[in-house]
Structures are given as structure tokens and as C-alpha cells.
Ligand binder design. Structure first.
Ligand code: SAM
Length: 217
């Protein structure tokens, strides 16, 4: 999904280097403890879009650190605006490509990676771009702590089926799988934080697919 370019968002991002890292040098490790001012556990959302999910999480858990990893500057600017309005010191925005996630984060540094409504890339020739393709899984494995895990949600049945297969072939373990997240038991539904895409597709009556999975420990 490509957002229309918003000049205010670009300016906001450029004015706040303390909150947004833009295309950092992949050869230099980022000192996240220095950026956050503490060494609290880190959770990453890959492809945060306008950021409703990650800003809500950050507001709910001030004792954890969150990173919104997003390709688009306009999306980064929209997330930043919410961060500044809500005073979310535990949220950093990283404008970059998920393909470089293992250069942005050290080995065994991250507790959770969230993949929410990732672009489906339905054509077979684009398989390698899917964020659950094996090359991405191996980067997530590197970055996650041994006890860490991935949480994935989508409305796209094709991407969901592909991701289950890809993770299974990789040797991952599934801790939770749902083909209709919004109609699970109340305690599961109540804990769910909707993303913008999720809100839109669920309102149309589409089922939401979800899974939690971890690598061999
Ligand atoms: N997660 C949001 C939601 O559920 O509402 C946005 C979903 S939108 C379909 C996908 C988002 O992922 C877009 O904002 C896009 O810019 C971002 N994205 C796609 N590929 C990416 C990549 N390789 N690295 C970082 N972000 C990416």
C-alpha cells in the first residue's frame, strides 16, 4: 500500500531525528539502549502503516520499548505525529526495509516481531518479497531472543496459507492459529489490538487470520 506523499509528514520526520532513524547505515549497529535511554525489552512491528497498532501497544506498556519499522516516509510521519501527541518515549520509528532487519538489530535482542497485514505479493515470481519468505524468517530468527516469537495477522487467505507452509517448512512451532480471530473466545478477542487494515477488512465481514509462532529454542 502506497500512501499519498504528505509534505508535512516529510518535514516532521526530518525535524525529529531523535525519534526517527532514516535509512541507517546497515554496516553500523544501532545502539537502541542509547536511543531509548534504557534497556527495556524491544518489540518490533514490521510495516506499521499509520501505526495505530504499535502506538496503542506503546501506550499500554510503558515498561517495554517498541520500534515501528516502515518503508514509507509519509507513514513514518503519521506514526511520529501520534507519538508526539501521546508523549510515547518508548516508541522509535525506523524508516527502512525489513530486508535489513538483521543489520538494524543485533542477534538475540528482540522479544516479539509483529507482521500485520503485510503486502501479499500474490504473484509466484514475487514470492521472495513476502515478509514470511524463508530469507526473512532466517533474519527474524537471528534478531529474536531464543524465547522470542512472531505474531502475524492478515485478511489474505493466500498469504496466510503460504506463511503457515513457509514457517512449517522452516521448522517453526505454532503456539496459536486462528482462521477467524474476531470470533475466538472473548479473552482472545478482548486482547486483540486492531490495525487500520484489520479494522477496514473486518468491517466488511472478512475473517481475520492470525498465528503466533516461535523458532526452535
Ligand atoms: N500494518 C498496517 C496495518 O495493518 O494497517 C499497514 C499494512 S500495509 C498493507 C503494509 C505496510 O508495510 C505499508 O505501510 C508498507 O509501506 C510497509 N512495508 C511493506 N514492505 C515493507 C518492508 N520491506 N519493510 C518495511 N515496511 C514495509
Amino acid at each position: 500500500m502506497r500512501l499519498r506523499n504528505k509534505p508535512w509528514a516529510v518535514k516532521l520526520v526530518n525535524d525529529h531525528p531523535e525519534s526517527v532513524l532514516q535509512n541507517p547505515d546497515p554496516d553500523k549497529k544501532i545502539d537502541w539502549a542509547e536511543r531509548f535511554g534504557n534497556d527495556h525489552p524491544i518489540e518490533i512491528e514490521v510495516g506499521s502503516g499509520k501505526g495505530h497498532f504499535i502506538t496503542t501497544l506503546a501506550e499500554m506498556h510503558p515498561d517495554k520499548n517498541y520500534v515501528a519499522l516502515e518503508l514509507q516516509t509519509t507513514a513514518a510521519g503519521i506514526i511520529l505525529r501520534t507519538k508526539l501527541e501521546k508523549g510515547l518515549d518508548n516508541l522509535q520509528i525506523l524508516r527502512g526495509d525489513a530486508a535489513d532487519i538483521n543489520s538494524f538489530f543485533g542477534k538475540n535482542t528482540t522479544d516479539v516481531i509483529y507482521l500485520n497485514f503485510s503486502d501479499p505479493w500474490p504473484k509466484t515470481r514475487h514470492e521472495k518479497r513476502r515478509l514470511t519468505y524463508k530469507s526473512f524468517l532466517s533474519k527474524y530468527e537471528e534478531v529474536l531472543k531464543p524465547e522470542g516469537h512472531i505474531e502475524f495477522k492478515t485478511d489474505n487467505s493466500g498469504l496466510f496459507a503460504y506463511s503457515v507452509q513457509s514457517m512449517n517448512n522452516y521448522g517453526m512451532f505454532f503456539d496459536f492459529v486462528s482462521v477467524d480471530l474476531h470470533h475466538e473466545k472473548p479473552e482472545i478477542v478482548e486482547k486483540n489490538i486492531e490495525t487500520e487494515y484489520e479494522h477496514k477488512f473486518a468491517a466488511k465481514g472478512n475473517p481475520i487470520y492470525a498465528l503466533h509462532a516461535h523458532f526452535e529454542t
